[in-house]
Design a protein around this ligand. Structure first.
Ligand code: KIV
Ligand code: ZN
Length: 514
């Protein structure tokens, strides 16, 4: 095979990051973007983990037509049946079943003997095959498992009909040379290895997830499991954009084709970041704001003379636009709609477009030049809590004078009631959030507050992310505005809307026993 399968697990393993839990609508929105990105397999969730995740997988299975939709399942009857049920409406479906195979996990976590684990793996694959021809089997903690035992389990899984064999580096312990060798030896030693596609699934605890995955590819692996922005538990998973661009840019080394539409990479990164509230660090490869910025004079001079002197990829090939002024105050709805379509932003309904156009007009009154990034932010603001905005910002005024304590007045709606809140604070942002909190009384803890400039220059909009925690539940809110105090108020209110929404937020695996 000269094709590399891209298996995206943003909606399953990525969602396991504390605070990244998503609603069904949010997962569906990301799944549709992953389909636009043309990933081969979307791991939509873990059906048996909660009713919310089950429903999310069901909706994604019904909506996605171009990618295979997959659900995770432990190696037991209930999990596999739930996965099959959730995937029933998919055009192309995969069940991904797993069991731990390392001595440590088998003895301490599963309290099972190797023979029992082998038998359970065998039965799980056999059962999964009753529902679909496309069954993936994973050996959890595979990189710390014994080679001989791994060979026995994998041979049995393939005999039972597993079509993909995945060797996870669950705790991010592997190093490239050793992990690559493990994959090669397994492929050489398992007698029926040629009947399955081999896959890698790496965590980034030592910062080597991408390198480990690529080491697997150089040793015959033909599927990489990864997430947008490298989202995932602890230090995250292999980053989709990095492995895809590595394989494409270094075709001379890997010699493989990938089906990804790379021009959708930045849009996917922004959508995931906006929905989860996990900002992308500016120096992140491929999707960071500085990934293509040349600040040094020598580099700028070189790039102007011949682009390839300092650029190995083209920004536009991964979907970066160039801070071009696209629209202004006088632009009409038709021009707005056209640009939105060109940016690949899905419009769910005419009402959504009308609401976004009204916000655009409002922004254009306050900001002379509207860039693509501003339009994208407008939609992410609208999209986060589109239909059930219980709290809504009406107006904000605040004052800070050197030597005096800043104060803020925030008028906002709670349902039909208009509330007038005032407070002072250590700074204008603090005063604004305290004013809102003084009336809402949510009692939540602020875990994170961050501001990013959406475009360059002092006239850029600020995008604020806040993360709130209350009674074990963590939510992220985002807000953007040319005035960063207003962006902060919007982000806080956005997070409150999520905190008080009735929609179940999905938290797969976290509460599950092995
Ligand atoms: O990291 C891991 O081992 C996993 C498996 C369930 C595939 O996520
Ligand atoms: Zn994982």
């Amino acid at each position: 095979m000269d094709r590399l399968i891209i298996f995206d697990t943003t909606l399953r393993d990525g969602e396991q990051s504390p605070g990244a839990a998503m609603t069904r609508e949010e997962k569906l929105r990301i799944a549709k973007q992953l389909e636009r990105l043309r990933v081969d397999v979307i791991e939509a969730g873990f059906a048996a983990s909660s009713n919310g995740d089950f429903e999310a997988i069901r909706s994604i299975a019904a909506a996605v037509r171009e990618s295979t939709v997959c659900s995770l399942a432990r190696a037991n009857e209930r999990d596999i049946s739930r996965a099959a049920e959730a995937l029933a409406g998919a055009r192309s479906k995969r069940i991904h079943t797993f069991i731990a195979t390392s001595p440590l996990h088998m003895e301490k976590k599963l309290r099972m003997s190797p023979d029992q684990v082998l038998e359970q793996a065998r039965q799980a694959v056999r059962l999964a095959r009753r529902f679909t021809d496309d069954v993936e089997f994973s050996t959890e903690d595979g990189s710390r498992s014994e080679l001989d035992f791994l060979c026995r389990v994998i041979e049995a899984a393939i005999t039972e009909g597993a079509t993909t064999i995945n060797i996870p580096d669950t705790v991010g312990y592997a190093v490239p040379e050793q992990y690559g060798r493990l994959l090669r030896e397994l492929r050489e030693r398992v007698p029926n290895s040629d009947r399955a596609v081999w896959s890698v699934h790496c965590h980034n605890d030592l910062g080597m997830a991408v390198a480990n995955s690529l080491a697997g590819v150089l040793n015959g692996v033909r599927q990489i499991e990864c997430t947008i922005n490298g989202l995932g538990e602890r230090a995250g998973n292999t980053s989709l954009e990095e492995v895809v661009m590595a394989v494409k840019t270094r075709h001379d080394v890997f010699g493989l084709e990938v089906g990804i539409d790379t021009t959708q990479i930045v849009a996917s990164s922004k959508l995931v970041s906006n929905i989860t509230g996990f900002p992308v660090q500016p120096n992140k490869a491929v999707v960071g704001a500085n990934a293509f910025a040349h600040a040094s004079g020598i580099h700028q001079d070189g790039v102007l003379k011949a682009r390839q002197t300092y650029e190995i990829m083209r920004a536009e090939d991964v979907g970066w636009t160039t801070n071009r002024i696209v629209l202004g105050k006088l632009s009409g709805r038709t021009a707005f709609r056209q640009r939105v379509q060109e940016l690949g932003i899905p419009i769910e309904s005419e009402e959504e477009l009308v609401a976004a156009f009204a916000s655009f007009k409002d922004l254009a009154d306050r900001k002379a030049e509207i860039f693509d990034e501003d339009i994208q932010a407008l939609f992410s603001d609208e999209a986060v809590v589109p239909h059930n905005e219980y709290f809504r910002l009406v107006s904000l005024s605040q004052g800070s004078t050197t030597g005096e304590r800043p104060h803020a007045r925030v008028v906002f709606r709670v349902g039909a009631e208009e509330i007038d809140a005032r407070s002072d604070g250590d700074g204008p942002v603090d005063a604004t959030l305290k004013a809102i909190e003084s009336k809402v009384g949510s009692g939540c803890e602020l875990l994170l507050y961050s501001v990013n400039a959406i475009t360059t220059g002092t006239e850029a909009q600020g995008e604020v992310t806040v993360r709130l925690a209350r009674a074990g539940r963590i939510v992220n809110g985002i807000g953007s505005d040319p005035d960063i105090i207003a962006a902060s108020a919007k982000a806080y209110i956005n997070a409150l809307n999520k905190l008080y929404t009735t929609a179940e937020r999905i938290n797969p695996q976290i509460s599950l026993a092995p």
